[in-house]
Design a protein around this ligand. Sequence first.
Ligand code: F6P
Length: 380
Amino acid sequence: MRIAISTGGGDAPGLNAVIRAIVLSALQRGWEIFGIRRGYDGLYIRGRTTSLSATHVGQERRKGQSQGGLIAMGPEQVRGITHLGGTILGTTNRGNPFKWPTRQPDGSILEVDRSDELLRAFREAKLDALVSIGGDGSLQIAHDLWKKGIPAVGVPKTIDNDVVGTDSTFGFDTAVSTATDAIDKLHSTAESHDRVFVVELMGRYAGWITLHSGLSGSADVILIPEIPFDIEKVCQKIRDRDAQGRRFSIVVVAEGARPYGGAIVLKESAQRGTVERLGGIGAVVAQEIVERTGKETRSLVLGHLQRGGSPSTFDRLLALRLGSAAARAIADRDFGSVVVYTPPTVSRLPLSAVIGKTKLVPLDSGVILTARSLGICLGD
Ligand code: F6P
């Protein structure tokens, strides 16, 4: 068997641990295993020499035997990477083979279907199976490639925790810890200055990161996409705290949160070959708070810090378990499937069962009920 691994979409802590688990599990079975550089780019650039993006340590030993953007992976290439953030293979969120953004002579961008070329490259490289590690977009691509004839297995990844069918995605736990740490640090400065702080967090259309870190970090107001907010309720909470002598407040807001009847704030709308970029709601909420309460207010966007750093123990274990489960799925020839975390076990679902959907926070979830019973304002 000759297996290839692709990491696509935004990076997430734990990606390297999955790569290590797949590589070692494959080698144990006597398979050959290759890393595809930067999503699927590596299959298109065979013939050119590339190396793994191990910027951290041991760059030389990680180079591996490179056939263009396909890198032969052995124990040397994956040694000591479980705790490293990012992905040694590199990634891109502009690498959809079915909608490849291609610049035209007049400067405009056209989406070109290069999936036939990819299938040809896959076959020319004599590959037998593909493991695609990614979020909803990458799993959709894996599904479409499988339909086209590439034996593919998916591994769900995203800090947003919004992939359906899996209790949790690796990267989420680490992102929540990073966000909680940031909220913790704001408490002392907010209290010292009697200020309101508004922290905007990632998560796209789901509020998992914001809800979990807001509750763990003792935020006073938590605004998530699943619960459209009334800004007056937010301001009343801040006034009530002032009246009780708590002259500072921490508001956490998910990038996808929006007011009743309002729209999500975008940094950039979808262009050809890219998805829309969310962001800006934190500043909007902060401005409203200033105008309505007169309180000195600061806002910050935690941004890509949430994607960085060493994966937590939970994320490492989850990633290692999912990686070895992906190798088992290949051994069973269970293609068109995705490995998922269904505590206490790891199991499999058809890729078709998880794509095109978003796992939102259920309104009756225990975490929401806990936040409400602690008196945290959810903006409704
Ligand atoms: O999906 C992960 C994520 O970090 C989202 O939370 C965020 O909206 C998006 O990716 C940011 O993407 P980019 O890296 O393109 O700015």
